[in-house]
Write a protein that binds this ligand. Structure first.
Ligand code: ATP
Length: 317
């Protein structure tokens, strides 16, 4: 059997009183695209920095591609591509020179211009000193450097944070293309949509611990969040709607009927029952949003950071 691409056991990091990462167990199989999700300060970068041996764990061990991340670091880093949280660029060197140096360093055969084109940096931009780059351009360059040598494993810390929507979409396509080539991809984000679009599996971390690890579909299902159905009606129905199976939170107001449907069938049941009572002129269905899901799994997803939300079954549509 192929070794896992990432295997972390009880990985822990304390900074004084702060437990940034608290006993993290993680296995990412070879060939997966794994999204590492969590709100600000959850411990994502610290966990990644331990995997990269940029930070030593207080406790626990980790290996990647079957190699110990600390004692076999050199061998390991020649086989992986990394965009760390604080990637450093040499201000005076051009973008192209950065990639050329990475090609030399990794003893690779890539054409720097091909890689720069893949990440969306023009020939002209590639010739400019990196000190003149915008955040997004710097991020694209860091990605081009990470792609050098067709790495078996890509580790990307918040790769979309400086990108505009187009850039974020291009990055997702690139992640998919790299995965089709055979690379395992592990990337962190606090933006659910970025992860949902590409990840086979996600791990949600909060306060240094995993609160969930699964496919987005499964996480959504576990939450039992349902869909919010809104029916515009000719006349507000007067009969009973609260007894329908798998329908809850019925509200009738301002010429509309709202209900949360926990099963696909329940949507039809609700529509049929309302149509028996009145005319339905419009139907709107909103699936539970990923933001709701995220808020339900993490404790400080609200702006003020002190909202305690239930882990399951308590999503407000
Ligand atoms: N060098 C450090 N010294 C002290 N505390 C630190 C250090 N690095 C991280 N922390 C703390 O560890 C916790 C986790 O931080 P980390 O940067 O890993 O989170 P994150 O999930 O990557 O957040 P973000 O999405 O904001 O980048 C935070 O409370 C942070 O303040």
């Amino acid at each position: 059997m192929t070794e896992p691409a990432i295997d972390a056991n009880s990985l822990t990091k304390r900074f004084g009183e702060v437990k940034a990462v608290d006993g993290l167990d993680l296995t990412v199989e070879s060939g997966e695209i794994f999204g590492f999700l969590g709100p600000n300060g959850a411990g994502k970068s610290t966990a990644i920095n331990m995997l990269l041996d940029f930070v030593s764990p207080t406790a626990g061990t980790a290996s990647m591609l079957g190699l110990d991340v600390a004692s076999e670091r050199k061998q390991l880093h020649s086989r992986i591509g990394v965009v760390p949280e604080n990637y450093g660029l040499y201000e005076r060197l051009s973008g192209r020179r950065h990639v050329e140096l990475a090609v030399e360093f990794k003893n690779a055969t890539d054409d720097p211009d091909d890689l720069l084109e893949r990440v969306g940096l023009s020939q002209e931009d590639a010739s400019r000193p990196a000190g003149e780059y915008s955040t997004g351009m710097g991020q694209r360059l860091a990605l081009a450097v990470a792609l050098v040598g067709s790495p078996e494993l890509l580790i990307l810390d918040e790769p979309t944070s400086g990108l505009d929507p187009n850039g974020a979409r291009e990055l997702r396509e690139l992640i998919q293309a790299e995965n089709e080539r055979g690379a395992t991809v592990f990337f962190s984000s606090h933006i659910l949509e970025q992860v949902e679009a590409v990840a086979d599996r996600v791990g949600i971390i909060d306060d240094g611990r995993f609160v969930a690890t699964d496919s987005i579909e499964q996480l959504r299902e576990n939450l039992d969040a349902g869909a919010r159905v809104t029916l515009r009606v000719g006349r507000e129905p007067e009969g009973e709607l609260g007894d329908l199976p798998n329908v809850r939170d019925i509200e009738v107001a301002d010429g509309t009927v709202h209900g949360t449907c926990l099963e696909p069938d329940a949507k039809l049941t609700l529509i049929d029952r309302v149509r028996e009572m009145t005319t339905v002129t419009d139907v709107r269905i909103e699936e539970s949003s990923l933001e709701d899901m995220f808020a339900s799994y993490t404790s400080n997803a609200s702006d003020d950071g002190d909202t305690e939300t239930a882990v399951a079954g308590g999503v407000e549509a």
